[in-house]
Design a protein around this ligand. Structure first.
Ligand code: CU
Length: 141
């Protein structure tokens, strides 16, 4: 076996094992206008699926490690999935209920480097207090 072949084999194995290790986390829209998981701790490469178990909700990203390229916003009542590729914090809301505090936080690789950006997002008073609670929960884990 040539060296190049060996390297290629090892590379493929690493790629494959990464895919195998990637997890999918499911979050539901609850009947109480919340997300069933408000703070999700994940690793780079993991996927989150939002399941429309109750009507009238969606997922809209407000902040992430790369503010110029946030994950796409979902349509109401549709399943949505995002694979997270950058370490850091992602904040999202439900478009119709964001002001009421329907927010979710994703912590990728337990990395809080962009916490300041998250805290500078303009939110309603209720949403601000929810965000404060979520960031406290996130940092406890
Ligand atoms: Cu909602």
């Amino acid at each position: 076996m040539s060296v190049r072949c060996l390297f290629f084999g090892m590379f493929s194995f690493l790629l494959l094992s990464d895919l195998v290790n990637a997890e999918t986390i499911q979050i539901e829209f609850t009947e109480n206008d919340t997300y069933s998981v408000e703070v999700a701790h994940i690793n780079v490469g993991d996927k989150i699926e939002w399941l429309p178990k109750n009507k009238g909700h969606n997922v809209e990203f407000l902040a992430g490690p790369d503010m110029s390229s946030l994950p796409p916003k979902s349509k109401l009542n549709l399943i949505h999935s995002v694979t997270f590729e950058l370490p850091g914090l992602y904040l999202y809301q439900c478009t119709p209920h964001g002001n009421m505090g329907m927010l979710g936080l994703v912590v990728v690789e337990n990395d809080f480097h962009n916490l300041q950006d998250i805290n500078e997002i303009k939110l309603s008073r209720v949403a601000s207090s929810v965000l404060k609670r979520l960031t406290e929960i996130a940092q406890e884990n």
